[in-house]
Design a protein around this ligand. Structure first.
Ligand SMILES: Nc1ncnc2c1ncn2[C@@H]1O[C@H](COP(=O)(O)OP(=O)(O)OP(=O)(O)O)[C@@H](O)[C@H]1O
Ligand SMILES: [Mg+2]
Length: 258
């Protein structure tokens, strides 16, 4: 029997106030898939990722994440589900004054902001430190374990954010524009890192990004989002130049409309 998809959106729409942010989105992300979400600024990429991460309920339609409906779960069930979803935020969402190991350790303590957990961050057991060192080794910055996070470069902080998501031992990994602020060579490095990690752990990966060529070269499926709607959902070879032009050009015309 085919395993259930990691996430499934069924005719999902989201309205906030009088604005429609996502419209009638249906898609599935299967186990082991590597998907890029493309689209101009404001298209709804971050919102869609939040929907897939069980972070935001839809106004209409059905959502299943890791074979559960997040919005029928009680608080503890929702917390457990979220603990299995790694989310690398666009702005990294790290606490600057904490040491690198502390920011990574947050991965297993639930989503940021849980003050009850702060106490556990003052001391790590030798076995926790071993695990933290190992995950930082996987992202290539084990030597920064005890550094203050604020002192790291942007690229290093991004690796800390990736390490934190991995330390969660996620069953699904989502990354919001992880290559937005790095140069082209580093962008490919970060992509290689995310793809290798997802491959070796056999977890589905969904990345939002702006760089079409990078997406084409690295991802097996591209989803084009425009004005909260799916314009295409296909393999890189199937996406034509004219479709790409439409993805960006139409949106800019609409943005310019009075
Ligand atoms: N909480 C909110 N309240 C009102 N509008 C919102 C909210 N969150 C997002 N939006 C709007 O939804 C639209 C989609 O936003 P989203 O952040 O998902 O876009 P994006 O594709 O990720 O853009 P970018 O490439 O700039 O990150 C935007 O027009 C944004 O202003
Ligand atoms: Mg965004």
């Amino acid at each position: 029997m085919k395993p259930p998809p990691a996430c499934r959106l069924d005719q999902v729409s989201l309205s906030l106030g009088d604005r429609t942010i996502l419209q009638s989105i249906s898609l599935e992300v299967g186990r082991g898939e590597q998907v890029a979400i493309l689209g101009p600024s404001g298209a709804g990429k971050t919102t869609l990722l939040r929907m897939l991460s069980a972070g935001l309920p839809p106004s209409q339609g059905g959502v299943r994440v890791l074979d559960q409906n997040p919005w029928q779960l009680k608080r503890n069930g929702l917390r457990r589900l979220r603990s299995k979803i790694g989310f690398v935020h666009q702005d990294h969402a790290l606490v600057p004054n904490l040491r690198v190991w502390q920011n990574v350790a947050v991965g297993r303590l639930g989503r940021p902001g849980n003050l009850g957990h702060i106490r556990r961050l003052t001391l790590a057991s030798p076995s926790e430190l071993r695990d933290l060192h190992e995950v930082l080794e996987q992202v290539g910055i084990a030597d920064l374990l005890f550094q203050r996070t604020a002192d790291l470069s942007g690229g290093e902080q991004q690796r800390v954010a990736i390490a934190r998501s991995l330390y969660q031992q996620p069953a699904l990994l989502l990354a919001d524009e992880p290559v937005a602020s790095v140069d082209p060579a580093r962008a490919q490095q970060v992509m290689d890192l995310l793809l290798d990690l997802a491959d070796s752990r056999d977890i589905p990966l969904v990345i939002s990004m702006h760089d079409l060529e990078l997406a084409r070269r690295n991802m097996s499926r591209l989803i084009g989002l425009r004005n909260g709607r799916v314009l295409f959902d296909s393999t890189p070879g199937e996406v034509s130049e004219s479709t790409i032009k439409e993805l960006y050009a139409l949106a800019s015309q609409e943005n310019e409309a009075p």
